[in-house]
Design a protein around this ligand. Structure first.
Ligand SMILES: [Zn+2]
Length: 1146
């Protein structure tokens, strides 16, 4: 029976003369609406839903449950849990509070007559997340409880157990949902810490498999009806067939299911179902939509790291299980950290995953440690994300990734293409720019060209999500929303539930088979293909676009027009990140030298494992919801703990290394003052490769009182100020007197509201609490426009929804200038002049000390002095944004902001909506506004938010969002920034250098007098000459060095980059005490590349040099192979090595 609306459907031999029927006008929308009544809803007791299960048992004779609840928030292992005393439990019992873990022992007895059925399942729904284990601890699959679309509560009982009639297993349930435990279902509300979950189901069931298949048939047809544009043959056919199925179905007649399924073959093709995964081998040859299973697991977000570890195990075990039943299924997952957690915490499951990786079904992707934020990590940290990631994948699975994968990061730095290429990858997948709330990004598949000109082939899935549900709509959108069909006709469909959802569900794989079956007979949907990898997809794009030549290009950063508050939210995390990155750079530098300093500590070993552990913690905290400040408060407790560990361990590593290089020296800190009784000297280690002068605070109490003669100025509280200089070609700064070229500073005041800090280069005036003048004394140039003033400012900060994420454009409309109040002079010169202000704003206390020193910002000739602002804030504002601003009498269409290994320029105007969108941007150590002849920079040591709108340059200091962390940024903060005027445009300036030094304080140490002779000879081990635009960033030992064996080759790895955006020919001078045998340029992974020539210099040093050519923003890694015995640092000179080439002049 397939009549519709009274059509007379009988076959007629001839067109009849008479027509007694009523005729028909199909009312299409009513039929379409009817489809909604076939499953669930009002008619659930008579429609298809009513027959989905043939049997259901939950009594104690069939399902026996025992439970043990782990105390507090502990997360015991399987083994620990099994030793505990379990007690009986039953359906309906409730468990909690939030974040607690509960272990279940489950015994099921299966009636013998159930052996006749195709499948028996155990349905377990604790309302939260859970994992099923074998009784010997092998994870089997995850459970996502509750009644959302991501529900996954069925475990298929193996056939042997059904035959045996019984089975035991173990379940761990955890009291959080997919998105943590938000209040009232608002995703980003802070977690409800006292939520209880009740056990909704623990049932043994027999599903009616044929009824389920009909449901999937029907659901695919309905999706076609709702998705394919109206009035196409396919859409109408799907609707008539779905309607026909409803007419055929009769709950009381089981054979109608088979008939109804047969009707569905009119759309899917005859016998399509028996073909199984082979359905993908028929039909159109060229696949347009490439399906790949995925589970986007945020490494922490609305739940802490320890919960993610469980989510990973649940999701991946589920996928491994699904692969057994769907051979076409491929699953891809990124983040080496998640694999490492699995390896450490779930070894049997790790082995199962590894098998699937080796068999080619489970695909590691991304090549990075975590899916990191890409705005804020330093250049070196971004490099390490890839280095640690790729090395992990290679070491465990014998294979590196080809595709970088950052679908959810809040904007993508233009430094990435080069780093991706240098990490041995060439493809890049992302998606987040589809969230732009102003402009639509114009490409789907394109060449992404970074700041240095390197390109990666980039795909932003037109499906606009990395958690697609594999619906007809998703498949269709892959083409209808594709923005470059003129140059490429394919797209990735990345599907599967993320976070606690466990990846693809079997219904998605079923749906895709039906969709493919449909496209094998119809042309109205693009053909979807399965069983391939992301890499296969990109290779196909490369092939079909003449290696990208016919693709459009996008140059520079992929700026996300959204989530701009994340450069500022959670100040403590930003600070932890910056300080840790710099500490680890210093640790690697000093420990590398110490590892060769055989004269002092023969048994000193390069602490590779400890350094790796520190880096892994820093890289973990760079996850794209942690560093941006968009996670719940619990996450920040963990993150701050990790930063504290890095600070402690890093400092200990530095101290051990300093002990090897500067024997008997100790840091100049309060707790060491008593140990400085013996006469000694103050020295400071400069871990940068720039000569410098610094003003250093010296306490003049205890043993340090001997340094009275070293200080140039003493403040009222007894603190001394010394001038230290690290001259060219040395690594150690020593105390000096005021030079002839020093610029003694002074401070003038009228005693109440007018203060002037001045030296012979610059002058700053604060009047009425505002900065009313910034003056270049040498050029007699005023930099603040008449009638305007700089200083602190508050903006009302009420974003439209994503609180911790967004500062919205309208915040600029409510601005309230603050005045520095209660100002007093706290240092009067001649070396440092400071004024301090402390005042209340709302519930907060803001203290700022503004200082000017008698030295220039850098040793570059003509460098001006800078004004530093040291702030101490007790912050208790909410939804208010504290910034510091300087209106400048400088005109330029662009401002310059530091990014990884270079800078990025952004407009100061709002010509177009693309320009307007950049009203708050990310920068690292500096932001600069320059015109011909002059510029002013703001330097930052822990803040990342900046803007320059018109002539007003701003640095963002503190926010106070209340979701998802109700207490974000409440409490004490310490941070600094500086105002740095400079003669000449940014490109002629020393701003990048000053930003570098501002972030890298000297390590001041006391050395007893006997250590002194050593110091005189500490030469700088490496120096870059002939190119002021090339910076030496990193010194470390080679990643492949064998630190256990004394005879294995030793290597030193240096990373340099061009910082100004132009070519350079740099000479890398290597101190002659380092016996370099060979040198190579390598990629980030330290694969040996081009061999470099070691040139011998003709000067008295006998230092070898390497000539390095750079293009703008190029990053170069150089590996030096050192003679096996190590070298004495720095006393013993070494023989010339034969391989050096002697020339007159390199
Ligand atoms: Zn994410």
């Amino acid at each position: 029976m397939s009549c519709q609306h009274g059509h007379r459907a009988q076959q007629q031999a001839e067109y009849p003369v008479q027509n007694p029927g009523p005729g028909a006008k199909w009312i299409k929308h009513l039929t379409q609406n009817r489809l909604g009544t076939f499953t669930g809803g009002h008619f659930a007791d008579v429609n298809l839903t009513s027959i989905l299960f043939t049997h259901r048992l939950d009594d104690e004779s069939h399902v026996k449950l025992q439970v043990w609840s782990a105390p507090g928030l502990t997360k015991p292992s399987f083994e620990e849990a099994m030793k505990q005393k379990f007690k009986p439990a039953k359906k309906g019992d409730s468990f909690g509070p939030s974040w607690t873990n509960h272990w279940w022992k489950v015994s099921v007895s299966i009636p013998s007559y159930w052996q006749q059925y195709e499948r028996v399942q155990f349905e377990f729904d604790p309302g939260c997340e859970a994992m099923i284990y074998t009784t010997d601890g092998v994870p089997l699959q995850g459970i996502t409880g509750g009644f959302g679309g991501d529900r996954r509560v069925d475990y298929i009982i193996p056939q042997e157990a059904v035959e045996k009639g019984k089975m035991d297993f173990v379940i761990e349930s955890s009291c959080n949902g997919m998105f943590g435990v938000p209040w009232n279902g608002d995703t980003i509300a802070p977690p409800d810490m006292n939520r209880y979950f009740s056990l909704a189901s623990a049932d043994l069931v027999v599903p009616n498999q044929e009824a389920w298949r009909l449901m999937w048939d029907f659901s695919t047809l309905r999706e076609i009806v709702d998705t394919v544009p109206g009035n196409t043959p396919l859409q109408n056919q799907a609707l008539t067939v779905a309607n026909e199925i409803m007419n055929i179905f009769d709950k009381g007649e089981p054979n109608t299911i088979e008939k109804a399924r047969k009707a569905a073959e009119k759309v899917f093709g005859e016998g399509w179902d028996e073909k199984g995964e082979k359905i993908y081998e028929e039909g159109p040859e060229r696949p347009l939509v490439w399906g790949i299973g995925h589970c986007h697991i945020d490494t922490a977000w609305l739940w802490p790291y320890r919960v993610t570890q469980q989510k990973v195990a649940r999701s991946w075990s589920t996928q491994v299980d699904l692969m057994e039943r769907y051979p076409e299924h491929r699953f891809t997952c990124s983040q080496a950290q998640q694999y490492k957690w699995l390896e450490q915490l779930y070894p049997p499951l790790f082995e199962r995953v590894k098998e699937k990786i080796l068999s080619g079904q489970f695909h590691p992707v991304g090549g990075s440690w975590v899916e990191n934020d890409s705005n804020m990590p330093s250049g070196e940290a971004l490099a390490r994300q890839f280095i640690y990631g790729q090395r992990y994948f290679q070491s465990r699975f014998g294979k590196r990734c080809d595709t970088a994968w950052l679908p959810d990061s809040f904007g993508l730095s233009g430094a990435l293409p080069q780093l991706i290429r240098l990490a041995d990858m060439k493809y890049f997948f992302t998606q987040k720019l589809s969230w732009n709330n102003i402009n639509t990004f114009p490409h789907s598949t394109f060449n992404w060209v970074g700041i240095d000109g390197s390109q990666v082939m980039c795909h932003m899935t037109p499906v606009d999500t990395y958690t697609a549900q594999a619906t007809v709509g998703d498949v269709n959108k892959a083409l209808t929303n594709h923005k470059n069909l003129e140059s490429n006709d394919s797209a990735l469909l990345v599907f599967g539930n993320g976070d606690g959802g466990g990846g693809p569900l079997s219904k998605m794989l079923e749906n895709l088979r039906r969709i493919r079956a449909t496209t094998n007979n119809h042309r109205e949907l693009p053909p979807v293909v399965m069983g391939r990898s992301v890499e296969d997809f990109f290779e196909d794009v490369a092939k079909s676009t003449n290696q990208g030549q016919t693709l459009p290009n996008w140059h520079g950063e992929l700026y996300l027009e959204f989530h701009r508050g994340t450069y500022t939210s959670h100040g403590s995390i930003k600070r932890g990140n910056r300080k840790s990155e710099i500490l680890l750079r210093d640790v690697e530098h000093v420990t590398t030298l110490a590892s060769f300093a055989t004269f002092a500590h023969k048994d000193y070993n390069y602490p590779k494992d400890k350094i790796d552990t520190c880096w892994e913690k820093v890289l973990l905290n760079q996850f794209h919801d942690v560093l941006p400040g968009s996670a719940i408060g619990m996450v920040y407790e963990d993150a701050e703990k990790l930063y504290a560990e890095v600070a402690k361990d890093g400092k200990a590593l530095l101290d051990e290394a300093f002990e090897a290089i500067l024997p008997h020296s100790i840091p100049l800190i309060a707790e060491n003052l008593a140990k400085m009784r013996a006469p000694g000297e103050l020295v400071a280690v400069n871990t940068t490769f720039f000569p410098r002068r610094d003003v250093v605070k010296v306490p003049l109490t205890g043993g340090a009182s001997q340094f009275q003669s070293r200080v140039i100025q003493t403040s009222r509280d007894g603190t001394g100020y010394a001038l230290m200089e690290c001259a060219e070609k040395t690594s150690v700064a020593v105390c000096k007197g005021l030079y002839a070229d020093s610029r003694p500073v002074s401070v003038f005041t009228n005693g109440s509201d007018h203060f002037v800090l001045r030296n012979s280069s610059v002058q700053l005036t604060i009047s009425g609490g505002r900065i009313t003048s910034l003056y270049d004394v040498q050029l007699e140039r005023e930099l603040i426009p008449k009638g305007e003033s700089g200083g602190l400012v508050i903006f009302e900060d009420r974003p439209n929804y994503w609180d911790a994420w967004d500062v919205e454009i309208h915040h600029l409309e409510k601005r309230k200038p603050l005045e520095f109040a209660n100002i007093s002079v706290t240092a009067e010169g001649p070396l440092r002049a400071s004024i301090s202000s402390e005042f209340r704003y709302g519930q907060s206390t803001i203290s700022v000390t503004i200082s000017l020193d008698a030295i220039a910002a850098t040793t570059k000739p003509g460098s001006r002095s800078m004004f530093t602002f040291d702030a101490d804030v007790d912050w208790h504002q909410r939804h208010e944004f504290l910034k510091f601003e300087m209106p400048l009498d400088i005109h330029s269409d662009n401002a310059t902001y530091e990014t990884q290994f270079g800078y990025v320029q952004r407009p100061t105007h709002k010509n177009t909506t693309w320009d307007s969108a950049k009203f708050e941007v990310c920068g690292h150590k500096y932001a600069d506004l320059s015109e011909f002849g002059y510029g002013v920079a703001l330097l930052s040591e822990s803040k990342y938010g900046f803007s320059c709108l018109g002539n007003v340059l701003r640095i963002s200091l503190l926010r106070g969002a209340t979701a998802p962390d109700a207490e974000q940024d409440q409490g004490k903060h310490e941070f600094s920034w500086a105002v740095m005027p400079h003669a000449g445009h940014f490109l002629e300036s020393d701003v990048p250098l000053a930003g570098y030094l501002f972030n890298s304080p000297l390590y001041v140490r006391y050395v007893p007098r006997e250590g002194r002779p050593l110091l005189e000879k500490i030469k700088v081990p490496f120096a870059v000459e002939g190119a002021r635009n090339v910076f030496l960033e990193t010194i470390k030992r080679g990643d492949d060095d064998d630190f256990a064996s004394a005879d294995s080759p030793k290597t030193i790895v240096l990373r340099l980059y061009e910082a100004f955006g132009g070519h350079a020919k740099a000479k890398l001078r290597i101190a002659s005490f380092i016996p370099v045998k060979e040198a190579y340029v390598t990629n980030l992974l330290e694969d040996a590349g081009e061999k470099l020539t070691l040139w011998s210099t003709t000067d008295s040093t006998a230092d070898p040099v390497i000539i390095l050519d750079f293009h703008g923003f190029e990053v170069k890694t150089v590996k030096l192979v050192i003679g096996s015995g190590g070298f004495a640092l720095p006393l013993q000179s070494v023989e010339k090595v034969e391989s050096w080439v002697n020339v007159e002049k390199p």
